[in-house]
Design a binder for this molecule. Structure first.
Ligand code: HEM
Length: 204
């Protein structure tokens, strides 16, 4: 039952949660928001609708999403339902049969031995090295990897890119009076403890 609930949460919550995190970052980093909007304005004229086809010409926006996946992945404990069926020794440690094994992706993406200055939100790091989020590189695998990798990953990415592009193209986003609190809470997904409240102003 828990496994089914987790799969349903994946279908319904994760895209919305990632979008909330990315908008929190846009509000907290107005310079990054402006840079993303400048890229959008160069690709899509003001007043015109953005389509999926435009996203391919928005590399900076894609890096913003990638950096959000690195810092705030909605499913930080990958593979939490894997059951060890035989006793195994991993790195000198005995993992007995019956153990539920998890991959702590959050720990990997916040480890200074894996990522330089891991707590900094810096989409430009992906100009310096192009790391995929689709499961080819285990230091950034928000959708898991291997046989049980998320089958919705391409749909999720397409949805997030398009919605973020539309939100940033049409509106300027600023914090509401209470500011932005990046505290995390691990429920079925890793959510913002205090839901984001922000003020949009039409850009045109
Ligand atoms: C930001 C969005 C999403 C994230 C971060 C995400 C992440 C994940 C992760 C980490 C897993 C577990 C992989 C593993 O066990 O190794 C998973 C599994 C799964 N996801 Fe997603 N997911 C997202 C969106 C979606 C969407 C949009 C769908 C469907 C339309 C979907 C359907 C599924 C299903 C059915 C599984 C179970 C696959 C299996 O057990 O074989 N996910 N997802």
């Amino acid at each position: 039952m828990g496994l089914l609930a987790a799969r349903l949460a994946c279908l319904t919550d994760t895209v919305a949660i990632l979008l909330e995190w990315v908008m929190a970052r846009m509000v907290l980093h107005p310079g990054i928001q402006s840079k993303t909007q400048a890229e959008l304005d160069a690709v899509v004229a003001c007043g015109c609708a953005i389509s999926d086809a435009d996203v391919a010409r928005l590399p900076y926006l894609q890096r913003v999403v990638k950096e959000t996946f690195r810092v705030h992945q909605p499913g930080p404990l990958l593979s939490w339902a894997r059951l060890v069926v035989h006793d195994a020794v991993v790195g000198g440690h005995l993992v007995p049969a019956g153990t539920t094994a998890m991959v702590n992706m959050w720990a990997i993406t916040h480890d200074p031995a894996v990522w330089a200055d891991p707590s900094a939100f810096r989409p430009e790091r992906f100009e310096e090295e192009n790391v995929s989020v689709l499961g080819g590189e285990l230091r950034l695998a928000p959708f898991g990897a291997g046989r049980r990798v998320c089958p919705g990953k391409t749909l999720a990415l397409a949805t997030i890119h398009l919605w973020l592009a539309q939100l940033l193209h049409r509106f300027q986003w600023a914090p509401a009076d209470g500011g932005v609190d990046l505290a995390e809470r691990l429920r079925m997904s890793l959510e913002m403890e205090k839901p984001l409240v922000c003020k949009p102003t039409p850009r045109w």
